[in-house]
Design a protein around this ligand. Structure first.
Ligand code: ADP
Ligand code: ADP
Length: 231
């Protein structure tokens, strides 16, 4: 479970202070698929970066699976991030001169898994995203939708409890976007909690629950809407 209470995040550049999040409170339960929408600059990426332990809040409390992570040191924060969180982004962030297998291998090596365990995980996730036959291909040999599926496979290989997605379909045409969304729905059904920022209202509606962020806060209209289940 992910629980934020009165989170604040301010950025100061020269004389200007931006309040990216203020009194931001939100709970995401185990197994949920939550979509996050809101105008550009409203704080969606900042929320996701704090949720994913990439950034620390300026104030407030953040509990991740019951552990107060608001003020962890860098080392504990990366440990927890590697253990629990997977990220996908709008740009797929694949390494162009590594084939799919090796792209997925990078974070696994970093985490120190042995070769046998890495191979087992990579083969499993390539199958989950339907790209087993492409393991030796380079990213440029794939469509955008397939590249995003590789990025999803790379995130899944870490066996995260939470998958955080920042506009994962933003660079895809609508057919590929729907395919990526379907894959995310499978992943959610397999047990991973998903939080997805999107500008696409159709995709946002397909989540269990939609949260709208306006001016750094969860929009009042959204409070208490433990929304309609998919089906
Ligand atoms: P969104 O993802 O909804 O477009 P962001 O979370 O990226 O919004 O940004 C929220 C606000 O915080 C914006 O005004 C943005 O310019 C500002 N902001 C975000 N990151 C930084 C940063 N690293 N330094 C300064 N300002 C930032
Ligand atoms: P989004 O597609 O989510 O709206 P943005 O273009 O707002 O993304 O931001 C992309 C990245 O740049 C984010 O990680 C955000 O924190 C950072 N960022 C946004 N605004 C600023 C800013 N004014 N100064 C520095 N970094 C920023």
């Amino acid at each position: 479970m992910l629980k934020m209470h009165n989170i604040r995040k301010s950025y100061r550049t020269d004389t200007i202070e931006t309040h990216a999040l203020r009194d931001f409170s939100l709970q995401v339960n185990e197994g949920e698929f939550v979509s996050v929408t809101g105008p550009s600059g409203s704080g969606k990426t900042t929320f996701l970066n704090i949720a994913g332990l990439l950034e620390t809040p300026t104030g407030g409390q953040y509990l991740l699976d019951g552990e107060d992570v608001s003020s962890l040191n860098d080392r504990d924060r990366s440990r927890l991030r590697n253990e629990k969180i997977g990220f996908i982004f709008q740009g797929f962030n694949l390494i162009p001169d590594l084939n799919l297998f090796d792209n997925i291998d990078v974070p696994l090596r970093y985490r120190g898994f042995n070769a046998k365990e890495r191979k087992k995980r990579i083969e499993k996730v390539l199958e989950q995203v339907g790209l087993s036959a492409r393991a030796k291909h380079l990213p440029a040999q794939l469509s955008g939708g397939q590249q995003q599926r590789v990025a999803i496979a790379r995130a899944l290989a870490g066996e995260p409890r939470f998958l955080l997605a920042d506009e994962p379909t933003g660079n895809l045409d609508s057919l590929m976007a729907r395919q990526v969304m379907e894959l995310l729905e499978f992943i959610n059904e397999w047990g991973t909690t998903i939080v997805m920022v999107t500008h696409d209202p159709d995709l946002a509606r397909r989540a269990h629950r939609n949260i709208q962020i306006v001016d750094g806060q969860v929009s009042d209209l959204q409070h208490g809407t433990v929304g309609a289940a998919r089906e």
